[in-house]
Design a protein around this ligand. Structure first.
Ligand code: ATP
Ligand code: MG
Length: 345
């Protein structure tokens, strides 16, 4: 067995919550660090509620655990520097740096030979017109940092429409994709890799609505998708679970983005695999052998967003349906409150 008994998790949302549950099943304790409300705190061994610039709190948190991981990639660099001087951070800092910034991310992907949407650096509003001239329209302007659920994005449908995001951005050419898929992959410190089957993702209003496995695409495409994810994980010397979002196009697969953590589109693994993405991540960061990624059921995962919560009584009565609620307070529009995994065969 590994020497690791306790894991610190930066971020206390639903991902941290499900990681804590998985860790506790393996006899490990989790300590959550979260500046705001923390649904993960309800199920973890310890919770620190403090901002990311509270050095004393960061220090005490790091000293109380054996290894540190995260469910949220936008932790400030200064906090990470301090934490890393006390305990190892897994996945490593390079994986975080690459995925925190869309410009660095796309540059890295191209450097290792993977296709992305055509893109241009747009450091300020002044640079937007030139970027639109180069990339054309339709295109999407995205802030380099801090975007999620489609936030911080402006769709440019007409070259004359120069709307600014308000922060340093990248302009991406619009990809005419036939499908969006994602691969959840785990890599251990010794280089062992276990990929899950790619899922088909459907977004609504910029937010993931459903993930379906199997994704219905030919084996060649799904194999390529897993190989791409493995290549990224190897190139980053990655330890943990990573989500890779891809666009399927007639010209091949295009990488949209990397999430250096467990991913919403991997929630189906809770009902579809003996070892789900959360347990895989905990195993990887704790230095335990990975489980295999084999799928034993077909699953449709659906997010419960905002007033989808009204459907909970009906969903509880549905056959072969696993329901996960995150224990968040108010069901505001656009807020992810839970998800369901329907076993479809
Ligand atoms: P999330 O948190 O859901 O991953 P995000 O805010 O990080 O979202 P992206 O994944 O970059 O944002 O974009 C959200 C969605 O917008 C994509 O899943 C896709 O449907 C669409 N989209 C993004 N970039 C492009 C593009 N270049 N061409 C076509 N569609 C795109
Ligand atoms: Mg995305």
């Amino acid at each position: 067995m590994s020497e690791i008994r306790s894991i610190g998790i930066l971020g206390g949302g639903q991902l941290g919550r499900m990681l804590s549950v998985a860790a506790s099943r393996l006899g490990l304790r989790c300590h959550i660090y979260e500046p705001g409300a923390a649904p993960a705190g309800d199920v973890a061994h310890a919770l620190t509620t403090a901002p990311y610039d509270d050095e004393a709190a960061l220090r005490a948190f790091a000293e109380s655990v054996d290894v540190i991981t995260y469910e949220f990639e936008n932790v400030p660099t200064s906090a990470l520097d301090l934490l890393e001087s006390i305990r190892p951070i897994r996945p490593n800092r390079r994986a975080l740096a690459v995925s925190q910034d869309r410009l660095t991310e796309k540059t890295f992907l191209n450097e290792i030979g993977l296709a992305t949407a055509p893109f241009a650096d747009v450091p300020s509003e002044r640079d937007l017109a030139t970027a639109v001239e180069r990339i054309g329209a339709p295109s999407i302007l995205k802030t380099r940092r801090m975007g999620y659920d489609g936030k911080g994005q402006v769709r440019i449908t007409d070259p004359g429409q120069l709307e600014w995001t308000g922060a340093p951005s990248v302009l991406e050419g619009f990809v005419d994709f036939s499908a969006e898929i994602s691969v959840i992959i785990a890599r251990a410190a010794d280089g062992q890799v276990a990929g899950f089957d790619p899922g088909l993702n459907v977004h609504e209003g910029g937010i993931l609505r459903t993930t379906t496995v199997p994704c219905g695409l030919p084996g060649k495409v799904t194999t390529d998708a897993v190989l791409i994810a493995a290549r990224i994980a190897n190139a980053l010397d990655y330890v943990g679970v990573m989500g890779v979002e891809l666009f399927v196009t007639p010209a091949g697969l295009i990488v949209n983005e990397i999430a250096p953590r467990v991913h919403n589109s991997g929630h189906w693994t809770q009902a579809g695999c003996a070892v789900d993405q959360f347990e895989q991540h905990i195993r990887a960061v704790a230095g335990l052998p990975l489980g295999d990624g084999k799928r034993h059921a077909d699953v449709v995962m659906e997010n419960l967003i905002g007033d989808d919560m009204n459907r909970v009584p009906e969903l509880l009565a549905s056959p072969r349906t696993q329901i996960h609620l995150y224990g968040k307070g108010e069901a505001r529009p656009g807020r992810k409150m839970g998800h369901v995994n329907r076993i479809t065969s």
